[in-house]
Design a protein around this ligand. Structure first.
Ligand code: HSE
Length: 308
């Protein structure tokens, strides 16, 4: 019998313009779970957190991720997952991804590390498929497992690129206490877009990647503009355009929806501005009668890891 406890961080998917292909890792917020492997052939899930999780294990995101991994492993084991700390689902900071990432990372350790981290991303994507209405995407599970900023250059086959993170890449994230499911936030999106819009978006994605590679946080800020997805999703966030105006006024370089929302995030060139931006976000939601959790941090280069 072997038990491994793992922390997997929250993440900001899309990073503005990179719908389903870009994601970054936050510091200090995430899921903690413990995986125990023994002789046998069953899967059990226990929840010690305050967050309600589905009682049917087939509806828990870790189940398809673990099943895919055990199938690739090719030998039977009994696997028990105990959730100890959980980000609220529907948050927009990769709640489901943190669970899947932590589960496959811990299971891999418990099995003696048969799989690479990149392969773990593929298993964890099975959990994302369950909650997103059938589309597996890795822009949360990728950074949650690998850390830093991650680009999914392609999905067939999966081509994961880790990008450098500029030192002055300071992030403010607000998680308002409203719930937006990933499935719902994907259902409102168009299936086709005009070429002119695509041109603007791929210019921005290229600018984002170039800004990261050059360590130019101002270029990153200019490039974090989403003309494809945001117009359809901002309706879920109270007074989104007004909040963008407020954070820009105090020096934010960019302001976007985090993942499928309702969390929002902002980029600043120093921590002092990022703290101010976080406070502006908190006040904005408080004035609308919505509580929010605020996270201000640099992008973390550390992904999922074993903890005591
Ligand atoms: N890229 C995904 C989306 C992230 O925006 O729907 C949320 O899972």
């Amino acid at each position: 019998m072997k038990s491994v406890r793992v922390f997997a961080p929250a993440t900001v998917a899309n990073m503005g313009c990179g719908f389903d292909v870009m994601g970054m890792t936050l510091d200090g917020v995430g899921d903690v779970l413990c995986v125990t492997v023994d002789e046998g052939d069953d899967l059990q899930i226990e929840n010690l957190t305050d967050i309600e999780l589905p009682s049917d294990i087939d509806k828990n995101v870790v189940t398809p991720a673990i099943r895919a991994m055990m199938e690739a492993f090719g030998e039977s084991r009994s696997v028990k997952v105990v959730f100890e700390k959980k980000i609220a689902p529907g948050s927009g900071i990769g709640s489901s991804a943190a669970s899947s990432a932590a589960a496959v990372y811990a299971l891999n350790e418990a099995l003696g590390r048969p799989f690479s981290d990149e392969r773990l991303v593929e298993f964890a994507m099975e959990g994302e498929k369950l909650i997103s209405g059938g589309t597996p995407h890795a822009d949360n599970v990728g950074p949650s497992i690998l850390g830093g900023v991650v680009l999914l250059r392609g999905y067939h086959p999966l081509d994961i690129v880790r990008l450098p993170v500029p030192d002055n890449f300071c992030c403010s994230v607000a998680h308002p206490a409203i719930m937006v499911s990933t499935r719902m936030a994907r259902e409102v999106l168009p299936t086709e877009i005009p070429l002119r819009m695509a041109v603007e978006q791929w210019g921005n994605v290229a600018g984002l990647v170039a800004g990261l590679a050059l360590g130019d946080v101002h270029l990153v800020g200019r490039a974090m503009r989403d003309v494809v997805v945001e117009p359809h999703r901002k309706q879920f966030i109270p007074q989104f355009d007004e909040l963008r105006r407020k954070v820009t006024e105090v020096g934010a370089l960019a302001f976007n929806i985090s993942g499928a929302g309702p969390s929002v995030f902002s980029l600043s060139a120093d921590m002092e501005t990022a703290e101010k931006v976080g406070e502006v976000m908190r006040q904005h939601f408080a004035e609308l009668g919505v509580e929010s959790d605020i996270y201000v941090s640099k992008v973390s280069n550390q992904g999922a890891r074993v903890v005591e």
